[in-house]
Write a protein that binds this ligand. Structure first.
Ligand SMILES: NC(=O)c1ccc[n+]([C@@H]2O[C@H](COP(=O)([O-])OP(=O)(O)OC[C@H]3O[C@@H](n4cnc5c(N)ncnc54)[C@H](O)[C@@H]3O)[C@@H](O)[C@H]2O)c1
Length: 307
């Protein structure tokens, strides 16, 4: 199958590309390399360096390549930055998606798979979050992702394009960018590898649901195969505190698990975890990598490869 993966030079997208290439699919990557890296792109894939906000470039690429499936991972992903610059976030995550979908409908794309958020979609509700809960994103980033979901539903209703939306929890694994605000495992690993002392914002008792990137890539494989259209939580239904994340990373590095604490970030969500039973039932997906094993892999990657 011919598949266009936007954001395929990034952390998650490049693992999806690896999986699709290993399955024998023909993969085209469209990425502006703003946070992604050329060296992450599988050598079997073709890289087109372009920006999804560039309507002409997106249209030209999709018209020329005529992919059967589009897997959309390109996005601006920093929640804090989206609060400071909601227009930038919307240009990338909403207008960028519309540029893709307008070209996609013209070439008769058979399916669109989109990376969305589970962590920033449901607001401050009782965990675990399920897809039946009302979407109440509390940041421009979450709002832009929800808008994208609603647009996919619109293109499905009007043009019959099937879609699979994967709402990820906190994804972690090799190649994650440690220079943003998310990806605490990457941030701790890079600092410890450089002999620096990480600092936790707040008392470290906030929890998140950490899902390993190869499990996420597997969800993208199953999304290709399914006949279903809809939204699916992709997480582990396990909450891990930031203190426990730090101690797992420090233990793997063999360093002290004593850590400094800084001030709490205002407005930060306290808990988050995703019920994945819908993905399990409909897609046949479940997480397979234990948190401790995943952290070991990340630490090994930082030790051997670095970013
Ligand atoms: N990392 C997580 O925990 C997480 C959780 C939920 C959802 N997601 C979603 O998964 C997707 C991938 O996230 P990631 O963590 O791999 O981030 P990433 O920054 O590593 O990947 C994003 C990729 O998109 C590219 N990109 C960004 N803006 C672009 C533009 N305007 N035009 C073309 N390419 C552009 C970047 O260069 C990069 O390669 C995003 O859609 C993100 O919202 C990530």
């Amino acid at each position: 199958m011919k598949i266009l993966v936007t954001g395929g030079a990034g952390f998650i997208g490049s693992h999806v590309v690896d999986r699709y290439c290993a399955l024998g699919h023909e993969v085209i990557v469209l990425d502006n390399l703003s946070t992604g890296q050329e060296k992450f792109v599988n050598e079997k894939a073709k890289l087109i360096t372009a920006d999804i906000t560039d309507r002409e470039a997106v249209s030209r690429t999709i018209m020329q390549e005529r992919p059967e499936v589009i897997n959309h991972h390109a996005a601006h992903i920093q929640v804090g930055y989206s609060v400071e610059n909601p227009q930038f976030d919307a240009e990338n995550n909403i207008i960028g998606l519309l540029n893709i979908m307008e070209a996609a409908r013209k070439v008769g794309v058979k399916k669109i798979i989109m990376a969305s958020t589970g962590g920033a979609m449901y607001g401050n509700k009782q965990t675990p979050f399920t897809e039946t809960m009302k979407e109440e994103p509390l940041s421009p980033y979450g709002i832009s992702k929800r808008s994208g979901e609603l647009y996919l539903n619109y293109y499905h209703e009007l043009y019959g394009i099937p879609y699979v939306i994967l709402r990820y929890s906190n994804v972690y694994g090799p190649r994650q960018n440690a220079h943003g605000e998310s990806g605490v495992i990457a941030i701790f690993s890079e600092l410890i590898a450089a002999g620096k002392q990480p600092k936790i914002n707040g008392d470290g008792t906030h929890t998140r649901d950490y899902v390993f990137v190869t499990d996420v890539a597997r969800a993208n494989e199953l999304a290709l195969e399914t006949e279903a259209t809809g939204e699916f939580n992709i997480g582990t239904n396990r909450e891990i505190s930031t203190n426990d994340v730090f101690s797992a990373v420090a233990t793997e590095f063999g360093t002290s698990s004593e850590v400094e604490h800084g001030p709490e970030r205002p407005g930060e969500q306290v808990t988050s975890s995703l019920d994945y039973s819908k993905a399990q039932k409909v897609l046949g997906w479940q997480p397979s990598i234990k948190f401790e094993d995943g952290v070991k892999e990340v630490v090994e990657w930082y030790t051997k490869t670095g970013i």
